[in-house]
Structure formats: structure tokens, C-alpha cells
Design a protein around this ligand. Structure first.
Ligand SMILES: Cc1cc2nc3c(=O)[nH]c(=O)nc-3n(C[C@H](O)[C@H](O)[C@H](O)COP(=O)(O)O)c2cc1C
Ligand SMILES: Nc1ncnc2c1ncn2[C@@H]1O[C@H](COP(=O)(O)OP(=O)(O)O)[C@@H](O)[C@H]1O
Length: 312
């Protein structure tokens, strides 16, 4: 897969099949579209391309800085890379870009820059300034500029019954298994291991504190989760707490993981941690001893969960 920093950086000579969207999560519905894209490109000897936008249009247009995304842009790139597309075009979504008319967008970007010969798009997709153009407009442009439009029907979309909004809601409610089944891959948190308060080792549970640079990344509901991460090419399971550590008088929200069967200095390394299931809410225990008992139970639960679901 080739990555292009914006449509203007795209220089392929060959005709392309394109699909357009933000693809937050790259969930089951997105994957269906992408499969269609890749198959169509193969069949018609064209190159497959996804045109996606960053920042998310809502971050730019509604100054909705509170919108949280399932994927950071780097996570989105990684998942899309695995899907077998030829080109990923990450176009900067700016105020100026949003003011392009539908004609300018189609003619200047899709046709001239990206060499689109076929566009695969959901029946309800809208685009151009104020989102005034729809699939019928796109089909008319297709006749004018000689490209085909392949529509993904309401039935096909309903069949998957998945949306990024539903997944965000599930994660905000802590329902990671539901989110993971919609995504068809585990929800992931990516960041760097930083120093915490240094209490964990004294507890017998050293925890790697994950710092996530992207403030727009959605963090699931506070609580304790069973997780998995690949560290130096070896998969480790662990238990993660998302919360403020009220028992030890914490204030800030932290994301910390104790990994089973691992004893290693992790400070400064980058980790991708998959969330597998949620164990319980975070509790303000009356003592550290009570917290330790709860963590023992979390450990027993996690190990059983891993045996039941991931045994070889
Ligand atoms: C599996 C797990 C469950 C936890 N559950 C709670 C909890 O319910 N309440 C709480 O106050 N802290 C909880 N913690 C956080 C501990 O208070 C924290 O790990 C400890 O304070 C060490 O923090 P440090 O890494 O900053 O030194 C949990 C931590 C882990 C790893
Ligand atoms: N099994 C393990 N799981 C998580 N971290 C571990 C483990 N073994 C060693 N460590 C190391 O211990 C550090 C956490 O120790 P801890 O006392 O909780 O301090 P801090 O509060 O700085 O996170 C981790 O960042 C990592 O470098």
C-alpha cells in the first residue's frame, strides 16, 4: 500500500477505483466496502484507492473538539494497510477544502488528480459544500466525466447493521466485546509507557502506564479490562485499569496494565494494547488491602478468560 499525504500528492498514471469516507474504526461495514473495492480493482485491472480525511470533518466544521474517534490516524492507516488496497490518500480536511463545490471536488480531485474510473459509494453518501450533492449528482458527473458509480444499497448496509456511532457508544459503555464484534478486530489503545506514581511495584502489581498523545482518541468507560499486547514479538495477556485510582487518592485518569508472566522494564516503549473484555467498574476501596484482594480476583478471572477463549 502506498500512502499519499493528500490528493495533490497522488501521481499514479493508472485509472483507479475509489471509495471515499472517514472509515473510523474500519468496522465490518467498512470492510465490506473495501473488499468490494479490492475485488473490483483486480477484475478491471485498475488500482484501488481509499480517499479518507483527517482531521475528522466534525473536528473542523463544528469545532466539535469533543468528538472522540475509535482510531487514531496511525491506527486507521495500519488497519487499512492490512486490507490489501493499493493507495491510501489521507487528505487534510480544512475549512477551505470543505468549501469546494461538488463539481470542483469531482472534477479537480476525483477525476483529474486521482484518475477515478469507478467510484464505490454508499447510497446515502453526501458530499461537496454543505453536503448538497448526493449519489444522483455523482452519477450525473459520471456521465459528464466518464466514470462509473457503483452504489452500495441500503440492504447491503443494513445487513451489517454496524456504524461507527454504535461502536463509540458501546465503548463509552464499556461493552468492548460488542464493539469488537462490530469491528471484527479488537479495539486497541496505542501509546507510550510513562512513569506513574511508582506504587504498583510495592503492591506486587507493577503497571505500565500508557500515555496516548492523541487527545481525540476515544478511551472506553473507566473500569478493569482483560487485555493483550505484543511486546518484542511475544503476545502477553494482562489486566488493565482505566480510571483515577481513587483508593490511593489519584486524580488524573490513567490507563495502566499489569502483564502476566512478564518482568521487564517497559518505560519509554510504544505499546499497542487490545481490549478483550471488561471485568468490573473501578472501585474506591476502603483500604489498599481491599484493592489488592480485588486485583487478585481480577487476575484469576483474567487467567480463566484467557484459558476459555485463547487456549491453543
Ligand atoms: C487490574 C487492576 C485493577 C485496578 N482496580 C482499581 C480499583 O478498582 N480502584 C482503584 O482505586 N485503583 C485500581 N487500580 C489501580 C491501582 O490503584 C494502581 O495500579 C496503583 O495505584 C499503582 O499505580 P502506579 O502505577 O501509578 O504506581 C487497579 C489496577 C489494576 C492493574
Ligand atoms: N509484569 C509487568 N507488567 C507491567 N509492567 C511491568 C511488569 N514488570 C515490570 N514492569 C515495569 O514496571 C513498571 C511499573 O512499575 P510501577 O511500580 O507500577 O511504577 P509506575 O507507577 O511508574 O508505573 C512498568 O512501567 C514496567 O517498566
Amino acid at each position: 500500500m502506498k500512502e499519499h499525504k493528500g490528493a495533490y500528492a497522488f501521481n499514479s498514471e493508472n485509472p483507479t477505483v475509489i471509495t471515499i469516507g472517514t472509515f473510523d474504526g474500519v468496522h465490518a461495514g467498512h470492510q465490506k466496502i473495501i473488499e468490494k473495492l479490492v475485488a473490483t480493482a483486480k477484475m478491471s485491472n485498475m488500482e484501488s484507492a481509499i480517499l479518507t480525511f483527517f482531521p475528522h470533518p466534525r473536528m473542523v466544521l463544528q469545532k466539535d473538539t469533543n468528538i472522540k474517534l475509535i482510531n487514531t490516524i496511525e491506527e486507521r492507516r495500519q488497519i487499512l494497510e492490512a486490507s490489501g488496497i493499493d493507495h491510501l490518500i489521507i487528505h487534510p480536511f480544512t475549512q477551505q477544502f470543505s468549501r469546494l463545490s461538488a463539481l470542483e471536488f469531482v472534477r479537480d480531485i476525483l477525476v483529474h488528480k486521482l484518475k477515478a474510473k469507478k467510484i464505490i459509494i454508499g447510497y446515502d453518501h453526501r458530499f461537496g459544500r454543505n453536503r448538497t450533492a448526493d449519489i444522483n449528482t455523482l452519477k450525473e458527473f459520471g456521465e459528464q466525466f466518464d466514470f462509473e458509480v457503483e452504489e452500495i444499497s441500503p440492504q447491503e448496509i443494513a445487513e451489517v447493521a454496524v456504524s461507527s456511532t454504535k461502536i463509540r457508544k458501546a465503548l463509552e459503555e464499556g461493552k468492548v466485546e460488542k464493539a469488537n464484534s462490530y469491528l471484527q478486530h479488537p479495539f486497541t489503545l496505542t501509546g507510550k509507557v510513562v512513569k506513574g506514581k511508582g506504587l504498583g511495584k510495592g503492591f506486587g502489581y507493577p503497571t505500565a502506564n500508557l500515555e496516548i498523545a492523541e487527545s481525540y482518541k476515544l478511551i472506553p468507560k473507566n473500569g478493569v479490562y482483560v487485555v493483550r499486547s505484543i511486546i518484542n514479538e511475544i503476545p502477553y495477556f494482562g489486566m488493565m485499569n482505566i480510571g483515577t485510582n481513587p483508593t490511593v487518592g489519584g486524580k488524573d485518569r490513567t490507563i495502566e496494565t499489569y502483564f502476566f508472566m512478564l518482568d521487564m522494564d517497559l518505560y519509554g516503549i510504544d505499546l499497542q494494547i487490545e481490549l478483550l473484555t471488561r471485568i468490573r467498574d473501578e472501585v474506591n476501596f476502603e483500604s489498599v488491602d481491599a484493592l489488592k484482594i480485588a486485583m487478585k480476583q481480577d487476575e484469576a478471572f483474567s487467567i480463566q478468560y484467557v484459558k476459555d477463549n485463547y487456549a491453543e
